[in-house]
Design a protein around this ligand. Structure first.
Ligand code: 3PG
Ligand code: MG
Length: 415
């Protein structure tokens, strides 16, 4: 398999699949978190420094029509230019780039419009996790072939999209020979960080799982039970566990059909000797609103009409102590509704605890858009070991983890 480190891009046109599916500020339209753009820089800079040119391609969102200005990559040009430090060119139809590609000179960058403006990018549904061999139909093959025709070399650096077998992430690789396709620096470093956590973790290993739903996280949690010493649970999913244990949860979020599952997780954890930490106290709101009234209560004594939206001080202290004593920390998902200032304290405290653990020598990996946003909001991005660009550290992500099927660039189940 070709390695980007050894490749010389001089005089070559490289088509690079990046994941620039970045969040935009709803009011200003500006990129509100450019972690994924920064993540792709080492690959782009290497191509340019070698004397090659880069054709960048990405999806954004899930558009239903072509074109749809709401999902246009045009919006993120300023953010890309700021990061690369030079002007870039743009072509507003990814299937009609021939002229601009032909005119592209070494050192220049061309961005293609959103790949998902064409349904061929995603192709026909291939099952929930898309880990099976991509079965491209003729139309999807033509789409991928056209993209491939723009370049001499293919680089896949779209880690956040690694669980998808799409035209630009999987099928396209068939149109390059083994020496002319490779993963970029971002994918390589993400895999290394993940490997460190999953296969070389120092103990105690603590996983912090937050977010709204147990159902979203169940596979990753089950997977982690074989590896971790401590499992910290926070966020909305807390209340499915609390309710399952017979607590009063008021109006808090609850997946009524996941109560048995929650109990099963707790039982499995006990069997495996994993210590589970659930929030013991919470900041409750009288409505889901940034300006809601608040009261503190035990999580299992939430008053009627109130809902838990953040962890409170006792829990913050317990969680922070566990994190501080860990040698490996994996964090995915916020502790509360941190988008609302009134309910951001718990998530910020966890971000600081993770940074402190890092200062104490732990290896800490932050995965998942919300936890990454929380780390960045607290300006702690350089105080943790690794900030992943994988948006959702969910089941798909773990399945799509680290084994890519050789030169085919197809992702196989690894865990
Ligand atoms: C993501 O943000 O999860 C990736 O960019 C993939 O996007 P998707 O979930 O729409 O395929
Ligand atoms: Mg997604």
């Amino acid at each position: 398999m070709q390695l980007i480190d050894n490749f010389n891009f001089a005089g070559k046109k490289a088509i690079v699949r990046v994941d620039f599916n970045v969040p935009l500020n709803k009011e200003t339209g500006e990129v509100s978190d450019d972690t994924r753009i920064r993540g792709a820089l080492p690959t782009i800079k290497k191509i340019l420094a070698d004397g090659g040119s880069a054709i960048l391609m990405s999806h954004m969102g899930r558009p239903k029509q072509n074109p749809d200005p709401k999902f246009s990559l045009k919006q993120i040009i300023p953010a890309i230019e700021k990061n690369i430090g030079q002007k870039i060119q743009f072509v507003d139809d990814c299937m009609k780039a021939d002229a601009q590609v032909a005119a592209l000179k070494p050192g220049e960058v061309l961005l293609l419009e959103n790949l998902r403006f064409y349904e061929e990018e995603e192709g026909k549904p291939r099952g929930e996790f898309e880990t099976e061999e991509a079965k491209a139909d003729a139309k999807q093959k033509d789409f991928a072939k056209k993209l491939a025709s723009y370049a001499d070399v293919y680089v896949n650096d779209a880690f956040g999209t690694a669980h998808r077998a799409h035209g630009s992430t999987a099928i396209i690789a068939d149109y390059f020979d083994a020496g002319n396709k490779m993963f970029g620096f971002l994918i390589n470093s993400e895999l290394k960080a993940m490997d460190k956590v999953l296969n070389e973790s120092q103990k105690p290993f603590t996983a912090i799982m937050g977010g709204a739903k147990v159902s979203d996280k169940i596979m990753i949690i089950e997977n982690l039970l074989d590896r971790v010493d401590n499992l910290i649970i926070g966020g909305g999913m807390t209340y499915t566990f609390i309710k399952a244990q017979g607590g009063n949860i008021g109006n808090s979020l609850c997946e009524a059909d996941k109560l048995d599952l929650a109990l099963e997780v707790l039982k499995k954890a006990e069997e495996k000797g994993v210590k589970v930490y659930l929030p013991t106290d919470a900041v409750n709101a009288d409505k889901f609103d940034p300006e809601a009234n608040t009261i503190i209560s035990k999580t299992n004594e939430t008053p009627d009409g109130w809902m838990g939206l953040d962890i409170a001080d006792e829990t913050i202290k317990t969680f922070s102590d566990v994190i501080a004593n860990s040698k490996t920390v994996l964090w995915n998902g916020p502790m509360g509704v941190f988008e609302f200032e009134k309910f951001a304290k718990g998530t910020s405290a966890i971000a600081h605890a993770v940074a402190q653990a890092t200062a104490n020598g732990a290896f800490t990996l932050i995965g998942g858009g919300d936890s990454v946003a929380a780390i960045n909001k607290n300006k702690l991005g350089d105080k943790v070991s690794y900030v992943s660009t994988g948006n959702t550290w969910k089941e798909k992500f773990f399945r799509a983890s680290k084994q890519f099927a050789g030169n085919k660039h197809r992702i196989k189940e690894a865990v």
